[in-house]
Design a protein around this ligand. Structure first.
Ligand SMILES: Nc1ncnc2c1ncn2[C@@H]1O[C@H](COP(=O)(O)OP(=O)(O)OP(=O)(O)O)[C@@H](O)[C@H]1O
Ligand SMILES: [Mg+2]
Length: 343
């Protein structure tokens, strides 16, 4: 069951206390965040075709990233609000949805806690509600804004430093909400059910994304995730055709058809909580492994401010780069294993 919780510096502190127990963090100020200047790695999960596994992929990808210790934001851009349902958040208790955050002022006055639900450690949900439909309708609050197609991007610029990964679940249509998601994304993932019309659907969807990306005017890597794959001869042939047609854009791992995923959703849990060790979990693990392998980036940076003789300060001086800010004396990569100190 989702529990709304405090969010912010306290979380960063919790993260450090658990991950760096040997560091006397009270003595120095420590900041964790996405590397400055790098956009938050953001996946838009899109496909106009309904029921192809967008929400299932969004929830389970986000939950697995969170379990790996990456601070993950799951954004539901679909008025059907299936992410909340799939994570046990009661819709009637959602006071503010992602649409409210999009049309709010994007400055320090915007309080994240009002919009985000803490689902589990490292996993936050920006839920949607049916009200999102009104927002994008003609005359709706979003439609009336001059930067209507960039409001999610603007919001993520504000929240970007608080997260390491962001997953956006899109509705099964291309409207202003999906357009906002694509503008905010750094990558698109298209789940494609390996069913009878899959190849045609995938081609159409790929063209649509291409057209949208051309309008947006920024490169946006696009990947196809074979989903709800059943081990029938037809499904295998269709998978092969997908691979021939889209080559390296197709994920080498497929999400098979698992009853466990349907059960997990009905219990309001991601599969890594509902059925740890299951085949369904391992399919999504493989997907995360692949996504990470094609995007080797530096580990998040811990910036260490001047503190008197702290172990963190000592380490930062030894391994960190000099910062332009006078009060920050160095940066440490949490993966760094200098001196056997693990973050
Ligand atoms: N790999 C899978 N194995 C078994 N069932 C799955 C799998 N992926 C999704 N499902 C089930 O298929 C149904 C549709 O999945 P999901 O809601 O993720 O699709 P969607 O693309 O988000 O749909 P929509 O377009 O309506 O938003 C759900 O009942 C879900 O539990
Ligand atoms: Mg959905």
């Amino acid at each position: 069951m989702g529990i709304r919780g405090r969010f912010g510096l306290l979380k960063a502190r919790d993260y450090l206390q658990e991950n760096a127990p040997s560091l006397p963090i009270k003595k120095g100020r420590l900041f964790i965040g996405a590397k400055r200047g790098c956009p938050l790695r953001t996946f838009a999960i899109v496909n106009q075709k309904g029921g192809c596994g967008k929400t299932t992929t969004s929830i389970n990808l986000a939950a697995l990233y969170a379990r790996r210790g990456l601070r993950t934001l799951l954004i539901d851009m679909d008025p059907q609000a299936h992410c909340a349902a799939g994570l046990g958040v009661p819709e009637e208790q959602i006071e503010k949805n992602i649409g409210d955050a999009m049309v709010a002022n994007h400055d320090d006055s915007l309080d994240k806690e009002e919009y985000l639900w803490e689902i589990s450690r490292n996993l936050h949900l920006a839920p949607s509600t049916m009200m999102l439909t009104a927002l994008e309708a003609p005359g709706g609050a979003l439609q009336n804004m001059p930067d209507r197609d960039r409001r999610l991007n603007s919001l993520l610029r504000l929240w970007g430093n608080d997260f390491d990964r962001c997953v956006i679940d899109c509705p099964p249509n291309i409207g202003l909400l999906t357009y906002n998601a694509l503008r905010a994304a750094t990558e698109t993932l298209i789940p494609v059910e390996t069913g009878f019309f899959s190849l045609r659907g995938a081609r159409k969807q790929r063209k649509t994304v291409d057209a949208l990306v051309a309008r947006i005017g920024k490169p946006l890597p696009c990947r196809i995730i074979p989903s709800i794959h059943r081990p029938s001869p037809l499904a295998r042939t269709l998978l092969q055709r997908l691979q021939e047609t889209f080559g390296e854009e197709v994920s080498p791992t497929v999400i098979r058809d698992h009853e466990t995923l349907r059960e997990a959703a009905s219990f309001g849990q991601p599969v890594c909580e509902f059925a740890p060790g299951s085949d369904a979990e391992s399919d999504f693990e493989a997907l995360v492994n692949w996504l990470e392998s094609i995007h080797e980036e530096e580990a998040p940076i811990v910036e260490v401010a001047n503190g008197t003789g702290s172990r963190a300060a000592e380490l930062a001086l030894r391994v960190g780069s000099q910062s332009r800010q006078a009060d920050i004396i160095g940066r440490i990569q949490p993966k760094e294993e200098n001196d056997g100190a693990k973050f």
